[in-house]
Write a protein of this length. Sequence first.
Length: 117
Amino acid sequence: MSEVKYELAHVGINAENAAQAEEIATLFAGIFGLNVKVGNSSVFAGKAVEVMKTPYLGKNGHIAMAVADCVEAVEDLKARGFEVDMDTAKYKPDGTLNAVYLKQEVAGFAIHIVKKA
C-alpha cells in the first residue's frame, strides 16, 4: 500500500443556528478577504473555514483532512489503530467513498477525512 498523504482541507466551526453561521463566516471573510458561500448545512468563508448552521460532530467543530483516496485513508488509519465511524460515510453517486469521520475527537474537534476535489 502506498503512503497516504493528508492535507488540511478546512476547519469546521459549530454555530448554534444559520444566522450565527452566516455572521461567523462573514467575519472570517472580512478579515481575510474571502468570499462567502451559503450552502444547505453550512456557510463557507473561502475554502478554509466552514461554519455549520447547527452543531454537528466535535464539541467545537471539525478539522477536515483531504486525501486522494478515502478508502486507502480508512485502511491506513485502521492499520495504525484509529477507529473510523462508517456511519458518517458519504458516497458519490458512483459509490466512491467521498468523506468519513474518525470516532475520536482531538482537542474538541472531530476529524473529517474528505476526498480531494
